[in-house]
Ligand binder design. Structure first.
Ligand code: UFG
Length: 339
């Protein structure tokens, strides 16, 4: 049995979807604070599973889940993920992200769970300084997070690693995500119709915001800073399709049967600027909309691009949707039908 925490959220729901399509047995825990019941209902149509509406801070109830089910793998997504909010309310992040992860890791040890797959972030690297000819960030870079969100995730990584040092039956796979985007690649009568996708409240991420603007749900998109040290002056990010990212998690389940615990970057290894994303939405969706010049956002590094050599070589991970047009189209089709 595979336990997914945060399975009603953006990335968790894509992993759940892929596992259900492979007819695997899963249980989902989610407190629906940022995830949605409608996402659970959609997933139940692929294959029935037990959904437990539960906050991970309810330690007694979490223990009951481990008592009841024979859990072999935990895939842990449940967390808060807004950098700005974490600066305003750090305790919210340390309690939910670090304390609850620590308790979950303790349960895995007590109940003999063999594999722990953890959703971490490129925010653990902070503002990496690229030296000489370096263009991308490897897993060996120093981890110096600059906000409580990144720190809460890095501390969770350390907890997981320490448990693995003393518990030889416990293996982990930590994924450091770069910029996750797009929605379920699912076709009906040859039309792209995502069943699950991204929905944050408030939305802060670039691609969903640009797509909302293209759909007329917002008046304009604001570019946060045009004087960065990049070719067009706007920030560069490595956008990875959520279904490719989900596939890495599924691969990790079997990978850990044969291999040692490890940490992997998840990205495509090349980046696009904010202006390139905006132009690409205009071109792909054949539309125009208002773009305004905004202030820099505090804590935004100019360039964040992964070196993905390790995950490709060790895990044999092969991206299938590394096509910016498809990322944007799937995000657009999902957003179009989002109430
Ligand atoms: N941006 C704009 N206008 C907007 C929104 C964003 O110009 O309205 C810019 C941002 O300044 C940034 C880029 O678009 O340069 C991407 O911003 P996102 O908010 O989409 O993503 P981030 O790169 O800030 O954050 C992502 C993840 C975080 C993770 C971080 C790692 O969402 O969870 O990468 O640095 F922590």
């Amino acid at each position: 049995m595979i336990l997914i925490t945060g399975g009603a959220g953006y990335i968790g729901s894509h992993v759940a979807k892929q596992l259900l399509e492979q007819d695997r047995d899963i249980i989902v825990i989610d407190n629906l604070s940022t995830g949605f019941q409608r996402t659970i209902d959609t997933l139940q149509k692929i294959k029935k599973f037990d959904f437990i509406n539960l906050d991970l801070n309810d330690f007694e109830k979490v223990v009951e889940v481990f008592e009841k089910y024979n859990i072999e793998t935990v895939i842990h997504f449940a967390a808060f993920s807004q950098v700005g909010e974490s600066m305003q309310n750090p305790m919210k992040y340390y309690m939910n992200n670090t304390v609850n992860t620590t308790h979950l890791v303790k349960c895995t040890s007590v109940y003999g769970v063999k594999k722990f797959i953890f959703s971490s972030t490129a925010a653990t690297y902070g503002e990496p300084t690229l030296k000489g000819s370096e263009q991308t960030i490897t897993e060996e870079f120093d981890t110096e997070p600059i906000n409580p969100y990144g720190k809460s995730k890095l501390m969770s990584e350390l907890v997981i690693k320490d448990e693995a040092k003393v518990n030889k039956d416990f293996k982990y796979c930590i994924f450091r995500y770069f910029n996750v985007a797009g929605a379920d690649i699912h076709y009906e009568r040859e039309e792209l119709l995502p069943r699950v996708g991204e929905a944050h409240d408030p939305e802060t991420h670039l691609i969903p915001l640009v797509v909302k603007t293209a759909l007329g749900k917002r008046d304009a998109i604001s570019i946060f800073g045009e004087e960065y040290d990049t070719p067009d002056g706007t920030c560069i990010r490595d956008y990875i399709h959520v279904d490719d990212l989900a596939d890495a998690h599924i691969k990790a389940i079997d990978y850990l049967d044969e291999n040692e615990s490890d940490t992997f970057n998840c990205g495509y290894g090349y980046g696009y600027s904010v202006k390139e994303i905006i132009d690409s939405v205009k071109n792909t969706m054949k539309c125009d909309f208002k773009v305004i010049k905004g202030e820099r956002r505090e804590g935004d590094p100019s360039t964040l691009v992964s070196d993905n050599t390790k995950i490709k070589e060790k895990m044999k991970w092969k991206p299938k949707y590394n096509d910016l047009g498809l990322i944007i189209k799937s995000a657009y089709e999902w957003e179009k039908n989002l109430k």
